[in-house]
Design a binder for this molecule. Structure first.
Ligand SMILES: Cc1ncc(COP(=O)(O)O)c(C=O)c1O
Length: 436
């Protein structure tokens, strides 16, 4: 009975979204692709083409610095590969941010190691050197320093700490590309960095991720292991292609509301027919078996989309930086200004935002006010581990272990910064009406 009531509620809520003339989400569809480009990409679905992947790796790495990049079907897989090559086992501890995605925890669990959660820095919503220092034990083998929402975390003290303790440092740049701290782009501080290119991330290949490193020996080892990674099945690649076409059509504010209803229909039919999903969605809990190879190679057609996205990146990042400037100006005229994280005023940071984020006592009320035009159910880090149905203690999180994250999370507000100037203008004018 309960599940029927929930289903009815969900249908009503999505039907309401579908009626919105403009609805702003956190996923980027490849709406700009021309029919000709789509045709060319379709020719690569299910095809092995290492040169396209190598080209994407090279061009993506050049966005960050002088290091190399190695691509996978998802960033979590690259993270897992590094841990495997570092010889991480069940004796070891890996420090994650207490505002992370369940797939990161799942990758740690696959090695048998214990995830340890370091509290969030309220000035950046990312990793904090003090909180990490408090988590270090003789068993700590890896520190993950996370840059959230496009904001560089307090990375330099974390680098010093990792060096002093001789612990391997990975930057989690899944949510941050192109931002700089003291003039240095994120990804260049740690021993390695992971970048996700899934559709909710700064540069989208629908699903995908890369490890970036300036350590040539590590890059060579990752590359040798990558050769042995299996491909995603042709069936899975076809599903991803169909999804890409769907998002290329619907991920624009004028049509996005309708995608919610379409997705609900697909998820119900999937449940009835027990069909495999399109996305790589088996790693959101404690299960360490997937219906796809793990780790897997990035399919060539997704790498080809990545090459198009890299070309667009200069323009995209400028648009986003400009959107952030305007959002800060607007919030500065409202009572919410007191709660903006200090990072937005820090002159040493250059922020290319993915989302504009703040946390305030009226956060839940604001989410309610903007819900008619922003997909607020995708607000990040309302809990210390997101995107999971597992109880957090099953993912090794003890309630109370990250008190700042637990108190900031439920009051979080996120505004997507992924739109072109015209759509950002509309979004901003709607925000002015509902927030100021
Ligand atoms: C903070 C963070 N790190 C890492 C990842 C992993 O990325 P992927 O889904 O490409 O494995 C995610 C995914 O959402 C994330 O939010």
């Amino acid at each position: 009975m309960n599940s029927i009531t929930n289903l009815i509620r969900e249908v009503v809520s999505r039907a309401r979204q579908a009626t919105q003339s403009l609805y702003f989400g956190f996923f980027q569809g490849h709406t700009y692709l021309t029919p000709n480009e789509l045709h060319q990409l379709s020719q690569l679905v299910g095809i092995t083409d290492d040169t396209v992947v190598a080209d994407f790796e090279r061009q993506f790495a050049q966005l960050i610095g002088t290091g190399e990049a190695i691509a996978y079907a998802a960033a979590r897989m690259g993270f897992y590969e590094i841990m495997r090559l570092q010889g991480i086992t069940k004796e070891d501890e890996v420090i994650l941010l207490g505002a992370t995605c369940a797939v990161m925890v799942n990758a740690v669990m696959r090695t048998g190691a214990t995830p340890i959660y370091a509290d969030i820095d309220p000035d950046t919503f990312g990793s904090s050197s003090q909180a990490i220092a408090a988590c270090i034990t003789p068993r700590t083998r890896i520190i993950v320093a996370q840059h959230s929402f496009g904001i560089p975390c307090d990375i330099e003290p974390i680098v010093s700490l990792a060096k002093e303790k001789e612990i391997f440092l990975i930057e989690d740049c899944a949510l941050t590309l192109g931002s700089k701290a003291n003039g240095i782009a994120v990804g260049n501080f740690g021993d390695a960095a992971l970048f996700s290119t899934d559709h909710s991330k700064p540069l989208s290949t629908l699903t995908g991720g890369l490890i970036y490193t300036k350590n040539t020996e590590l890059a060579n080892r990752l590359r040798s292991a990558q050769v042995n990674c299996p491909h995603l099945s042709i069936k899975r690649q076809n599903k991803l292609w169909q999804r890409l076409l769907l998002e290329a059509r619907y991920c624009v504010p004028a049509r996005l509301g309708r995608l919610g209803l379409i997705d609900l229909f697909f998820s119900i039919t999937k449940k009835i027919t027990h069909a495999e999903g399109d996305f790589l969605a088996d790693d959101f809990g404690t299960t360490i078996q997937s219906t796809y190879p793990y780790p897997a190679k990035l399919p060539a057609f997704l790498a080809a989309i990545g090459l198009i996205e890299v070309k667009r990146w200069t323009k995209t990042s400028l648009e986003r930086a400009n959107t952030l400037k305007r959002l800060i100006e607007i919030i500065n005229q409202s009572s919410s200004r007191c709660y903006l994280p200090a990072a937005y005023k820090n002159k040493k940071l250059e922020i290319i935002p993915l989302r504009f984020a703040w946390s305030e006592p009226k956060g839940a009320e604001i989410r309610l006010r903007i819900k008619s035009f922003i997909h607020v159910s995708w607000t990040l880090f309302m809990t210390p581990i997101i995107a999971t149905k597992s109880p957090l203690q099953n993912l090794g999180y003890e309630k109370g272990s990250c008190p700042i994250s637990e108190s900031i999370g439920p009051r979080m507000v996120n505004i997507p910064c992924i739109f072109n100037t015209r759509d950002s203008d509309i979004l901003i004018s709607k925000l002015i009406l509902s927030i100021i």
